[in-house]
Design a protein around this ligand. Structure first.
Ligand code: NAI
Ligand code: SF4
Length: 514
């Protein structure tokens, strides 16, 4: 029998290692010859550790499994996929998975992340092989035609960025993967790095061939030790197999890469600050222009792409631009891995074509709040994303639809709050977060965020709230218009959306009392 127990950090955090160890001990005590594969996560976090068993019918899922459940599960016929209180039937038929369109995450949770054999058996390297038969300009055109936009949050067309680097003059060019996933409630980058690292390696190699870069760096957080360990191993394996190195798969193209750990600053996810950090300097934002595409790492033309953007490239190259482009709505093409977190029943990763409404995502797919209380707000797009009230839950997941309503999808994390949340405190948190994480380069952010906390504290105390709200609005305008990067520029979004949609939390009460 073949059993699967995830090695993903989310599963490990709830005891997957102990489950795997207990399972191995029980199986050997019973004299059963079975293989335990440590797979990536299927992304159903509320069921982790999710144990699967391979049967003639397909894989059967059990979860959440604790070490104490193992003996009982084996007695009940786990190896045959027998029914049990923890059994969810065929994994592929589970509604949360069945409703998804898994393109980027097609292998995650299915394969052993470090098995090249598994990777190749599931369409691995087909995109790279096709790219090797094309000219750089053709590859760039294919990515442009696919409509892929930067999944880090800004949504800039990936193909256009690549074209800038392709056309730029430089004796050396670089591919930098931004894996400094810092947004609250997001984990898609981590999940793919831990669950399917070769797809990122393949995407980076294609990017290198497309723009003429021979060296790549994955810049990630020190808070991601499991992802880092898996990437180190995956890169070694790819080198040994001739996928990375002086000749990519026997071609005339050279491409190699390494992993770099950040020291843990949110602003190092901003591309220019990230480049400074990679160069060994302090992670402080650089003014743009020059764009990194022209003068990036060590002053050379550099593609800086998010993990999700690069990991989406292999399937585009394999299935063609048209295949990918046909998913989605408006100018948001393809699929997006949405991360459902916070106070929500079915928390996890849901990859789908753009176009679902927040209502569908929060209630139909997410199952509403875990607390069972009414949803009061959701924050989409990280700590600097806007808060939306239920009256805006008809907004569809699409870059433009969110912008129209003064929000952003960012890195596609949705954090759900029930009616016990105090939106004034959330607004204060945004300003405080900005004050702590500010790189200090520009005044609106460095000073403005500190003043913002003070103003919000005065509102909380009921100290001239009307004047303070005017001051806050003015301050937010200044930060939005005058900040050098998105950190200071976006902090006003959670603040102003809280104030606009939840004025009752901003102590309008003391005003009326007076
Ligand atoms: P931006 O709009 O300034 O740039 C987007 C990208 O396009 C950059 O890589 C830029 O260099 C590139 N670009 C722009 N014009 C170009 C051209 N003509 N040719 C080639 N490349 C060009 O946005 P920025 O500041 O890079 O990112 C802001 C976003 O980051 C926010 O929308 C937010 O959602 C997201 N974010 C994501 C986080 C995460 O953890 N993933 C954390 C914090 C923010
Ligand atoms: Fe630095 Fe903040 Fe200015 Fe960005 S907005 S450059 S983080 S001070």
């Amino acid at each position: 029998a073949v059993l699967y127990v995830p090695c993903d950090a989310a599963a490990l955090a709830v005891g997957a290692d102990r489950v795997a160890d207990t399972l191995a001990e029980e199986l050997s005590a019973r004299g059963v010859d079975a293989q335990i594969v440590r797979n990536g996560s299927r992304g159903m976090h509320w069921l982790e550790p999710l144990v699967e068993v391979e049967t003639e019918r397909g894989r059967i899922a059990y979860g959440p499994v604790t070490p104490a459940d193992i003996a009982g599960l084996l007695d009940a016929g786990l190896l045959e996929g027998a029914d049990h209180a923890l059994c969810h039937g065929l994994t592929e038929e589970m509604p949360f998975l069945k409703r998804q369109t898994r393109l980027t995450f097609s292998r995650c949770g299915i394969t052993d992340p470090l098995s090249l054999e598994h990777y190749e058996a599931h369409h691995g390297f087909l995109g790279l092989k096709r790219a090797l038969e094309m000219t750089p300009a053709e590859i760039v055109q294919e990515v442009t035609d696919s409509g892929l936009r930067g999944r880090g949050g800004a949504g800039f067309p990936t193909g256009i960025k690549w074209n800038t680097v392709l056309k730029a003059q430089g004796d050396q060019k670089y591919i930098v993967c931004n894996a400094d996933e810092g947004d609250s409630g997001t984990f898609s980058d981590r999940m793919i790095m831990e669950g399917d690292p070769f797809v990122l390696i393949e995407g980076m190699a294609i990017a290198g061939i497309a723009v003429g870069a021979t060296k790549g760096y994955i810049y990630t957080r020190s808070e991601y030790p499991h992802a880092i360990a898996i990437l180190y191993d995956a890169i070694q394996i790819a080198r040994k197999a001739g996928i990375l190195g002086a000749s990519v798969m026997g071609s005339e193209h050279a491409f190699d890469m390494e992993v770099r750990e950040g020291a843990g600053a949110y602003v190092c996810g901003e591309e220019t600050s990230l480049l400074n950090s990679l160069e060994g300097k302090r992670g402080i934002v650089r003014a743009k222009p020059p764009l990194p595409a022209i003068e990036g790492l060590f002053g050379k033309p550099t593609v800086v792409n998010n993990v999700m953007s690069l990991a989406s490239v292999p399937i585009i190259m394999d299935r063609g631009a048209r295949f990918y482009r046909d998913y989605g709505v408006g100018y948001s093409h393809g699929t997006i891995p949405i991360q459902l977190t916070g106070n929500i029943k079915n928390s996890g990763l849901f990859e789908t074509a753009f176009g679902l409404t927040l209502n569908e995502l929060i209630y139909d797919i997410g199952g509403g709040t875990l607390s069972g209380r009414p949803v009061k707000a959701v924050q989409v797009g990280g700590p600097l994303g806007a808060y939306f009230p239920p009256s805006l839950f008809d907004t569809i997941f699409d870059y433009e639809a969110f912008v129209e309503r003064n929000g952003m999808i960012g890195h596609a994390g949705i954090v759900v709050f029930d009616d016990t949340v105090d939106m004034l405190k959330q607004a204060r948190f945004a300003m405080e977060f900005c004050a702590i994480e500010s790189c200090g380069k520009c005044t609106p952010c460095r000073i403005g965020s500190v003043r913002g906390v003070e103003v919000l504290d005065r509102i909380a105390r009921g100290d001239q709230p009307e004047q303070q709200i005017e001051l806050l609005t003015d301050l937010c305008d200044t930060m939005k218009m005058g900040s050098l990067c998105a950190l200071g520029g976006f902090a006003p979004y959670p603040v102003m959306s809280s104030l606009t949609h939840f004025p009752q939390d901003f102590h309008v009460k003391p005003l009326t009392d007076a």
